[in-house]
Design a protein around this ligand. Structure first.
Ligand SMILES: NC(=O)c1ccc[n+]([C@@H]2O[C@H](COP(=O)([O-])OP(=O)(O)OC[C@H]3O[C@@H](n4cnc5c(N)ncnc54)[C@H](O)[C@@H]3O)[C@@H](O)[C@H]2O)c1
Length: 310
């Protein structure tokens, strides 16, 4: 029986801070244990847990009788290029600890988000299928690609129900993004709402796949609850709601804030973005677990503005 006790690692991050209340609403507050290497004193359930400390991971899984893990602890793309060693340690050794602890305990299901970062400059640019050329050029992408393979390996070798999906850039307003290459989208909307101008770190024509956080949370739940007999894929589902460029976002924001101005000064993140595709083929997620995003580009921008104004 899964979902009796759910551990969320990296719960203080952009996704975790929204996934914890979401899962608590669905399954009940007592069933969700949020954890992170950074402490969050506001939530009495919160557990301080470093996923690279195997003994502590073992202890937490045992103590709370965990059967399901949403493993979100990670170092993202831009931060990973600043500190590749840390990215390797957290994204690979941390996942290894979670998988090893899981097969030695009662954990049945481990969900680990992957990323469009697994693709590289040799990958086709548009409507990219799941199986394609994937030669990432960032430490983040390398670790995420290996994470997909590790999940498949632990399923094939040990029967662990490891699942995952490749998130595109995620847009949300509750928690600041954690050092990714698509962070510009959130920053640009925030600055527009504040009545300020924005200096974008990507070129204006950099087209990338994106998704609004409510759809990302829905994806994680659908994948976790998906009927095993329908799954032909396991750890590498492509998901995306829409694709956009910084310029398109600037123009959309100008519909709300006519004097909003953006300047473009690409930095090291441009090279990362240039290695990623512009759009994904998400048909496997549709056919295997009914992926169904509700927010397109315009709806996402509108909802972000409405919430940031509150
Ligand atoms: N946000 C996005 O746009 C996006 C896109 C694609 C994939 N993802 C994936 O989703 C997952 C969650 O991403 P996010 O955006 O919430 O990231 P984030 O950077 O906002 O949060 C990650 C959290 O992990 C924690 N952490 C770091 N090292 C840790 C350790 N050793 N032990 C425990 N916790 C540790 C951090 O404190 C942070 O709170 C990651 O696997 C990421 O690769 C995110």
């Amino acid at each position: 029986m899964t979902f009796e006790k759910i551990l969320v690692t990296g719960a203080g991050g952009q996704i975790g801070s929204e996934l914890v209340p979401f899962l608590s609403d669905v399954f009940g507050r007592d069933r969700v244990i949020p954890s992170d290497i950074r402490s969050n004193s506001a939530d009495s359930r919160f557990l301080k847990l470093d996923v690279t400390d195997r003994a502590s991971v073992d202890l937490a899984i045992d103590k709370y009788k965990i059967d399901t893990i949403f493993h979100l602890a990670a170092v993202l793309s831009a931060n990973g290029e600043k500190n590749p060693e840390l990215a390797y340690k957290v994204n690979i050794s941390g996942l290894y600890d979670i998988l090893e602890s899981s097969i030695k305990s009662r954990v049945k299901l481990v969900i680990t988000p992957s990323s469009i970062g697994i693709f590289g400059p040799d990958t086709p640019k548009e409507n990219v299928p799941i199986e394609t050329i994937a030669r990432p050029v960032t430490m983040y992408g390398i670790t995420k690609l290996m994470a997909e393979h590790l999940g498949n390996y632990y399923h094939a070798r040990f029967g662990l129900n490891a699942r995952g999906l490749r998130f595109p850039g995620l847009i949300s307003y509750k928690t600041p993004p954690g050092g990714g290459t698509t962070d510009y989208s959130i920053e640009m909307i925030m600055e527009a709402v504040k009545g300020k101008s924005y200096q974008c770190f990507l070129r204006e024509d950099t087209r990338l796949p994106m998704m609004y956080m409510p759809d990302a949370l829905d994806c994680l739940l659908r994948l976790a609850e998906a009927d095993e007999t329908r799954l032909k894929h396991r750890t590498d589902f492509n998901v995306s709601s829409f694709s956009m460029t910084p310029k398109q976002l600037e123009m959309e924001l100008r519909n709300y804030y006519p004097s909003f101005e953006v300047t473009y000064r690409p930095d090291f993140r441009q090279k990362i973005a240039d290695s990623w595709p512009g759009s994904l083929d998400a048909s496997a997620a549709v056919s295997e677990w009914d992926f169904h995003p509700n927010y397109d580009f315009k709806a996402t921008t509108k909802d972000m503005i409405a919430n940031l104004k509150r």
